[in-house]
Design a protein around this ligand. Structure first.
Ligand code: PMP
Length: 299
């Protein structure tokens, strides 16, 4: 398993519904919409010593997701930033941390799925933990394609970053059973979409490719990598990509807040030959590291 128990998190304080409480007392009601129907939206944020990475971009996505789900009484940007700042200060956290920011539709007056049963406004949870990037980027990860498809917009739009994670959890179970690090999810048509928790890129003949953001989550890191590639004058193409194209790529890497940029060294038992000697990944990663301070916000 990639993530490990960290005793440094034993006594952290968590911001829940306006109060900072010890993790043992950090609870939501059994009437909360997240318990009743996974009816919540979330963001994963990384804390570097220069501040929180791409905070406004993550909050933009949180607000867009909450609007799509028609949440009422959504806390505004300054109050969410205040709750994050209070949480980090209380825990003396200033780097090497991960924040799981969750906004639920809130507590219901009785159990049920109808959003009209919510009349108390949203519940905000700021869970900050000591956590290094999850993947060992020097080793890379091995992945396996799985049977379950990534949701398409006609079923559940992947542009809503919601807590109904069963689609991805079922995929992850398949990867676990196969002894691999992550599951590669295809879209409805059988093209590569993303991994169960990160986006995918491949390199072929000095061009960078990534799947269209139709079924995959339009990741904040993914967006930034495309911007970096444009700046470095690396040709970038968003297109439908098959497993065969990925098996035969010169380089493959995953992107996300969870692991930054991670080489993928094997897909379905096929070694990624790394013909270009990870040149593109290393080139992009160097720029990524350089721009981290520019995109960090100190609260
Ligand atoms: N894909 C999925 C399914 C994810 O859950 C995430 C992270 N939440 C990502 C990709 C990466 O997105 P980001 O770069 O915004 O962290």
């Amino acid at each position: 398993m990639l993530q490990k128990y960290n005793p440094k998190n034993d006594d952290i304080y968590v911001h829940v519904a306006g109060r900072l409480v010890h993790r043992d007392n950090a609870k939501v009601s059994v009437f909360d919409s997240s318990v009743q129907g996974g009816d919540a939206v979330w963001e994963g944020l990384r804390v570097y010593k220069q501040g929180i990475f791409c905070l406004d971009r993550h909050l933009d996505r949180l607000f867009a997701s909450a609007k799509a789900l028609m949440f009422d009484n959504v806390p505004d940007r300054p109050s969410i930033k205040k709750a994050i700042a209070e949480t980090l200060a209380k825990n003396n956290m200033d780097e090497n941390c991960h924040i799981r920011l969750t906004l639920t539709r809130g507590e219901k007056i009785t159990s049920g799925m109808d959003p009209r049963l919510n009349n108390k406004g949203c519940t905000l949870i700021v869970l900050a933990e000591w956590k290094a990037p999850v993947y060992d980027n020097s080793k890379g990860i091995k992945v396996i394609s799985c049977a379950i498809r990534r949701n398409a917009p006609q079923f559940l739009d992947s542009k809503i970053h919601h807590n109904n994670l069963l689609n991805n959890i079922l995929a992850k179970i398949q990867a676990n059973v196969a002894g691999k690090d992550a599951a590669l999810m295809l879209d409805e048509a059988g093209f590569v979409s993303e991994l169960n928790g990160t986006n995918l890129f491949m390199v072929k003949n000095n061009t960078l490719y990534t799947p269209h953001a139709e079924a995959c989550l339009p990741g904040i890191t993914r967006g930034l990598i495309i911007e970096i590639a444009n700046e470095l004058k690396i040709p970038v193409k968003e297109k439908n990509l098959s497993l065969t194209e990925f098996y035969n790529a010169d380089e493959v890497f995953a992107t996300g807040t969870m692991g930054e940029l991670t080489p993928v060294v094997e897909i379905d038992g096929r070694k990624i030959e790394n013909r270009s000697g990870k040149r593109m990944l290393e080139n992009i990663y160097k720029t990524f590291i350089k721009i981290i301070p520019v995109y960090c916000e100190k609260l």
